[in-house]
Design a protein around this ligand. Structure first.
Ligand code: DLL
Length: 437
């Protein structure tokens, strides 16, 4: 166990009454900031008849209109930014429901907040400045790599910014540089566990003690497998591009749900049908409000992730509310090899390339890696019985899809009218992975 118990105990272990007061004050300030600087959102508030004078504290939260992913699409790229461009020092992005990415921004101070949130997670899993953190999340527009990198640097750890992929090198560095903490997606962690074994090594040959795994659903069974194959304790971390990136919530040594960084984010669960707030302990859609960020503070952002919140006392001493692992989604977003994919993105590419919307997405898991195939019906204009011609078309489509989805799919062209038509909702996705307990 590391030297530190908490990174910022004055917040992480805050008295609940004081926390509510702090949240209320920050909510009022941030709502005013957004109202005054984001025209798109101000209009929504005007329609709802809400002004900054109406938002005085936490008790006024319900009056605030929701924000959702479609709002990010409608205002692409800068329409929801609440500071002038020269204050923005970083951009991240993730998939939207169509070909357009959703883009978010951070000021210097926002990055500082993010580093704190990620550093809290590292301390909660037992890390301190003596640790060597191998960051095997992707670096780039995806928030995983930079998020953990920033937290680990702030804590004073030695960071190995290896990014994802190149599995043999991961193991070699893990062993030779003596990494003690691994940060990556759980499916990649499971794969690294296998690779370790395949290279003739055992957990005794490496120094890893903890892993910080998130960005996609994973089960308790997977946790046990990873813990065994790498000889570590495996912790969950949750976050999303729109709200922050990794570190919105984090697991502690108890491994009983993720503490939400409540001094920076207000979390609610709502009924996805009615939008009504649900009492603690009920399963509902998670909604987050950013109350300290300045460049891109979303108000009541609907995540479409389903979860449950609890304020039951945690043995770790932190008082922040805990959320369960996301138990599913209210939309059709898939997470394939850690990348968010919407069927509507696939449909868009097919239509643009002269195909019709007759397709099927088949997702599975082999050797802890997601398999991803898209079957697409041939259209008469492209029909050919020459195998090499078909293969050429498949390759073309595969590249067009990769360009938009950022994850490789196997594309198989099938004869016209061979994909079953449905009279109701088309069953476009066959997902045989076990993602939830
Ligand atoms: O996945 C941020 C992240 C990076 C989180 C690294 C944790 C670690 P997005 O790409 O925007 O951001 O995807 C966000 O991923 O709405 C959830 O559906 C899902 N997700 C994130 N963390 C978890 C988790 C990053 N621990 C979407 N368990 C979210 C299950 C998760 N699903």
């Amino acid at each position: 166990m590391g030297r530190l118990k908490y990174y910022q105990p004055e917040y992480e272990c805050m008295d609940y009454e004081q926390l509510k007061e702090l949240q209320g004050k920050r909510l009022a300030e941030t709502f005013r900031h957004v109202y005054e600087n984001v025209e798109y959102y101000r209009k929504r508030c005007e329609e709802a008849g809400v002004t900054p004078d109406d938002i005085k504290g936490l008790e006024d939260l319900d009056k605030i209109p929701f924000t959702c992913k479609d709002d990010l699409r409608a205002t692409y790229p800068y329409g929801l930014f609440a500071v002038p461009k020269e204050k923005v020092v970083r951009i991240h992005a993730s998939s939207g429901t169509t070909g357009k990415q959703i883009v978010v921004g951070y000021t210097k101070e926002d990055l500082d907040i993010w580093d704190d949130c990620a550093a809290r997670q590292l301390v909660a899993v037992g890390a301190d400045e003596n640790d060597i953190v191998q960051v095997a999340y992707g670096y780039g527009l995806f928030t995983g790599g930079f998020g953990l990198h920033g937290g680990a640097t702030k804590l004073g750890c030695q960071v190995i910014p290896i990014s994802s992929g190149n599995t043999q090198r991961q193991i070699t560095f893990m062993k030779d540089l003596r990494s003690t903490v691994l940060a990556c997606t759980p499916s990649y962690a499971a794969y690294l566990g296998e690779a370790l074994h395949d290279m003739g090594l055992t957990p005794d040959d490496i120094c890893l003690k903890a892993g910080i795994f998130g960005a996609e659903p994973w089960t308790e069974e997977m946790r046990r497998d990873i813990e065994k194959s790498l000889g570590i304790k495996a912790y969950d971390i949750y976050g999303l591009t729109e709200v922050l990136g990794p570190g919105v919530s984090y697991e502690c040594a108890e491994q009983k749900g993720m503490h939400v960084n409540e001094d920076h984010f207000i979390v609610e669960t709502i009924d996805p049908e009615t939008g009504k707030r649900l009492p603690e302990g009920s399963k509902g859609e998670l909604v987050f409000t950013a109350i300290t960020k300045r460049a891109f503070p979303l108000m009541r952002f609907r995540t479409k992730d389903i979860g449950v919140l609890t304020r039951e006392k945690c043995a770790c001493g932190r008082t922040f509310v805990r959320m369960t692992k996301p138990m599913g989604r209210t939309d059709d977003m898939l997470i394939i090899r850690g990348v968010n994919v919407f069927p509507s993105q696939i449909e868009g590419v097919l239509l643009q390339n002269g195909y019709q919307a007759n397709y099927q997405i088949i997702v599975g898991r082999e050797n802890n890696t997601d398999t991803f195939e898209i079957k697409v019906e041939m259209v008469p204009e492209k029909f050919s019985d020459v195998v090499s011609e078909i293969e050429k078309e498949e390759k073309k489509l595969q590249n067009a899809l990769l360009n938009i989805l950022q994850v490789k799919a196997k594309v198989t062209l099938v004869a016209p009218k061979t994909i079953a038509r449905s009279e109701g909702k088309a069953k476009r996705v066959i997902d045989t992975r076990k993602l939830h307990d």
